[in-house]
Design a protein around this ligand. Structure first.
Ligand code: PSU
Ligand code: MN
Length: 305
């Protein structure tokens, strides 16, 4: 056992007995949503995972250790505290050796989930290739991590703060299957549409689990990205979001926002300027992702046991 891992006893019991487990990230709690909605959502998402037959394992860093499965009090801390680091792969050794609090991104969460033996991970939106990346080189470590770590990620597609076309190209280069659940078009987080046809489509959790099992038995290491469209009722039209996204991008440029601050800045700007609507969509889609992720984890566990 890796000495930097602290696995919650309930999660450990499930892993030991081959029961389905779903990993969840903490950057979305500390840096992706305002308090107290972030904590309420994190708790509700864990409950959705349980209701659908899997054990939730929210991942974060503290006490110089990677925690897999948090208590409600720990979740509350990560939602409330202001001094929590946003931890991608490159930040892990610093935050652990300095004994700081770290909320893990998709990249860091995937890696820690994989260390613990968890195969399915649910989030809202992934990082990707940013607009203007040909000038800024801003490509999320989420993508390079997906190229090497064998965990399935359920997200609501790619947010259009990113360049969706370039992100899909990058995923293809890295050999990462991109499967949209139940429709032909790749979704763009707030919207079920993006203008891009999904590279692959599957209509059942069972078929997705079979794809995962096949990929990894072929020793094709790396992630599978499962894009789950936002429920239609909560969808926000792309044209409406584009106005806010353009304003957010302009504000980021004016303020010279760079590096790891870009994504949190854009997310916060958009959340503030679209008020309740985008937050409500965000909460609805992550709960829906949790349901699909749990179903995939349940089907995958039944295949390998
Ligand atoms: N996109 C969202 N919500 C989020 C993030 C991205 O819609 O909360 C977070 C995730 O934790 C993701 C990270 O892994 O931002 C990507 O950051 P960066 O672009 O700096 O790699
Ligand atoms: Mn970046």
């Amino acid at each position: 056992m890796n000495s930097y891992l602290s696995i919650h006893p309930e999660v450990q019991e499930a892993l030991t007995n081959g029961k389905p487990v779903v990993a969840l990230e903490s950057t979305i709690i500390s840096h992706g949503m305002p308090y107290p909605k972030n904590v309420e959502t994190a708790l509700a998402v864990e409950q959705v995972v349980r209701d659908n037959g899997a054990v939730p394992a929210t991942i974060a860093i503290f006490n110089s250790s990677c925690y897999v499965g948090l208590t409600n009090e720990e979740l509350e801390y990560f939602g409330k505290a202001k001094d929590v680091w946003k931890v991608s792969l490159r930040d892990m050794p610093y935050v652990i050796s300095q004994n700081l609090y770290g909320a893990t991104t998709v990249a860091a969460t995937m890696r820690i989930a994989s260390m613990a033996g968890i195969k399915v991970f649910v989030t809202g939106g992934i990082g990707g290739v940013h607009r203007d990346a040909e000038k800024t080189m801003d490509i999320s470590a989420d993508l390079t991590e997906m190229g090497q770590t064998s965990v399935a990620i359920v997200s609501a597609g790619v947010k259009s703060i990113l360049d969706i076309g370039l992100t899909l190209e990058y995923l293809e280069t890295m050999g990462i299957p991109v499967v949209t659940y139940g429709q032909d078009e790749f979704p763009s987080f707030y919207s079920r549409k993006s203008g891009f046809t999904s590279p692959l489509r599957l209509d059942t959790a069972k078929e997705i689990a079979a794809l995962l099992d096949t990929k990894w038995k072929l020793e094709l290491n790396g992630a599978v990205l499962i894009a789950n469209p936002v429920p239609a009722k909560y969808e926000i039209a792309s044209a409406e979001m584009e106005v806010h996204i353009q304003q957010a991008l302009n504000a980021a440029k004016e303020k010279n926002i760079s590096g790891k601050n870009v994504t949190p800045f854009l997310l916060q700007y958009i959340a503030e300027h679209t008020k309740g609507e985008s937050l409500e969509a965000n909460i609805a889609l992550i709960k829906h992702n949790a349901k699909v992720g749990a179903e995939v984890a349940v089907n995958f566990a039944s295949l390998i046991n």
